[in-house]
Design a protein around this ligand. Structure first.
Ligand code: HEC
Length: 227
């Protein structure tokens, strides 16, 4: 009798241990996701979202709205004057300055393309209809021939965003019109991803666990003793 009780206790302890072990395994599985699902349940999207909020622009996601706060912060005309050294060989900027290889740039901001009297613009410029707003200038200066195919401006472009921001601020300082600085664009759902993550992740994670027959077979195997 007491032997049998002892045996039951031991068997019970073993069973409890086994159950606890399985429980832990199940939990660990749910938490750490040891097998890679064919389609990542939550990866690319949330990662892109998270990266967005770091303000890094080299993420292979959709481009951030223009201009980012860092861009507006880089709009320093003094720094832009230095960048303009690259433009000086072709452009004057003072009011009434002469056209050279390129047109005089006084008052260019918010003015129509190709409007400088007496300058012989390219056919590409003549065929393009736009006003030089901040975004247009930024795109043109980043890659002139990418933005306006066939432009006569043989300048490779300013790769660095802060240089473009600075030189545009410098252009802005030469004009009659006091064009307001651009308002930094706000990433709309900036506050949301942290909150959205658990509710998004749990359902998709759970469905992956259930959909994998191999995995549940492996967990259930010790539960079916033969005797
Ligand atoms: C090698 C000469 C050259 C250099 C260097 C150059 N540009 Fe130009 N730029 C031109 C020419 C030529 C045009 C006219 C383009 C056309 O007709 O297709 C032009 C056009 C422009 C326009 C449009 C003007 C208008 O009237 O619509 C802007 C703005 C401009 N350049 C800014 C710059 C800035 C800023 C830099 C320096 C970062 C620069 N350019 C460097 C030759 C140059």
């Amino acid at each position: 009798m007491s032997d049998e009780l002892g045996f039951n206790k031991i068997a019970g302890a073993i069973l409890a241990t086994a159950l606890a072990y399985m429980g832990i395994k199940e939990l660990a599985h749910a938490a750490y996701h040891p097998h890679a699902p064919e389609v990542p349940a939550y990866g690319a999207d949330l990662l892109a979202e998270a990266m967005k909020n770091t303000g890094k622009s080299d993420v292979a996601a959709e481009p951030l709205p223009f201009p980012q706060p860092s861009y507006v912060a880089a709009m320093d005309p003094a720094a832009g004057e230095k960048v303009f050294a690259k433009c000086k060989s072709c452009h004057s900027i003072e009011q009434g300055g002469a056209n050279a290889t390129g047109p005089n740039l006084y008052g260019i901001l918010n003015n129509p393309i190709g409007a400088q009297d007496g300058f012989g613009y390219s056919a590409a410029f003549k065929a393009t209809d736009l006003n030089w707003g901040y975004e247009e200038l930024d795109a043109y200066l980043a890659k002139p021939r990418g933005y306006i195919k066939g432009t006569a401006m043989s300048f490779v472009g300013l790769k660095k965003e802060d240089q473009r921001a600075a030189v545009i601020a410098y252009l802005r300082s030469y004009g009659d019109e006091n064009v307001p600085l651009p308002t930094p664009a706000v990433v709309e759902d900036a506050a949301e991803p942290a909150e959205a993550m658990p509710s998004d992740a749990i359902p998709s994670d759970a469905s992956v666990v259930q959909e994998d027959p191999m995995e549940s077979a492996a967990i259930e195997a010790p539960e079916a003793p033969q005797e």
